[in-house]
Ligand binder design. Structure first.
Ligand code: AHR
Length: 322
């Protein structure tokens, strides 16, 4: 998997940019008299995590005095590409986006580069050989998240264990990486086997539907590994409808730690959650200001996050922001 992160090489001079004014080349800050404008192409509204992420970006843009142009791609790459092209036409100061899938971005990002508009990847990265197409990538280490899930299972499984996996959106970085990290860790215990694995598209309804099918096709399911809370919550509905007890008859591991997931963990219906922090807004706005000013930024900013057991979820829930 090619995941090369850019080395910050091109420096955009703020003075040159402001001098361009609204009629200048791309990357100007000028349409609102020096105000930074950010074009943000969001994945969609598929999960509780995404809703919290969108709110964080909108709130923090306001606080930072950045004019935000926001679009929701409804989980379709073509919609994100259209949005990015429209931001290029509008000559925004900076483009930020969370790529629906990993591949297929080179052409549109080259257009942004030629228009001299810096791009920041947030939440998810891209798979490209051209490391000059974006300035920085802010987000979680998804492989590490998968490893944390695998570690918990290795420590808690006893005897032959049949796992079904609810994957995120096909081709999306978190789906690919969370699978990779999990498989890497469970390889230490050959008794643990992933007996079925399918995409539930990161949605609650997708998780429910796929779990219903697994319950029909699999003679023995001990564990569900869901790539996000929403799919895990959908699986809980399917497990209950099949007359089984989630968290007991079938153990559930998820990723995210949004409020609904944490509540299910506190209730004993989920057994372990790996945290993925959606509150990226403040860091994104700070990076955007630096990038537009031509300052150096780290090529990779990794989000700090932990894990939750039932007791930890109970303790954390009252202060949980999302
Ligand atoms: O890219 C982050 C993932 O996307 C979150 O885990 C998931 O809930 C979301 O849809």
């Amino acid at each position: 998997m090619l995941k090369k992160i850019t080395t910050v090489a091109s420096v955009v001079l703020l003075s040159a940019l402001t001098a361009c004014g609204s009629g200048g080349g791309g990357g100007d800050t000028g349409s609102s008299g020096g105000t930074i404008t950010m074009g943000f192409a969001q994945v969609g509204a598929e999960s509780g995590w995404r809703t919290a992420n969108t709110k964080s970006i909108q709130d923090e843009a306001k606080t930072a005095g950045i004019e935000l142009k926001f679009s929701d791609a409804q989980q379709k790459q073509e919609n994100q590409i259209k949005a990015i092209r429209s931001y290029i036409q509008q000559k925004v100061s900076v483009i930020a986006f969370s790529p629906v899938v990993e591949t297929g971005w080179d052409t549109v990002l080259l257009e942004a580069k030629r228009a001299n508009i810096p791009v920041i990847l947030t939440d998810r990265s891209i798979d490209s050989d051209d490391t000059s197409l974006y300035k920085t990538f802010l987000g979680s280490d998804f492989v590490e998240e998968g490893r944390k899930a695998g570690d918990w299972l290795v420590a808690n499984a006893s005897g032959p264990t049949s796992v079904v996996e609810l994957q995120g959106t096909t081709g999306a970085a978190p789906a690919i990486d969370r699978k990779t990290g999990f498989e890497e860790k469970i390889a230490a215990k050959p008794d643990i086997k992933v007996v079925a694995s399918q995409s539930g598209d990161f949605t609650r309804s997708g998780g429910k539907q796929v779990m219903e099918a697994f319950l029909k096709s699999q003679p023995k399911i001990d564990v569900v590994y869901a790539h996000n809370d929403d799919m895990g919550l959908g699986a809980i509905e399917a497990i209950k409808a099949a007359g089984k007890v989630p968290g007991k008859d079938i153990k559930i591991i998820t990723v995210d730690a949004v409020k609904d997931g944490m509540q299910a963990l506190a209730n004993g219906e989920i057994n372990f959650i790996v945290e993925c922090n959606p509150l990226l807004g403040k860091q994104l706005m700070d990076l955007a200001k630096k990038v537009v000013a031509g300052e150096q930024v780290p090529e990779r900013v990794v989000t700090v996050e932990g894990t939750f057991t039932q007791e930890q979820a109970k303790a954390a829930l009252p202060q949980r922001q999302y």
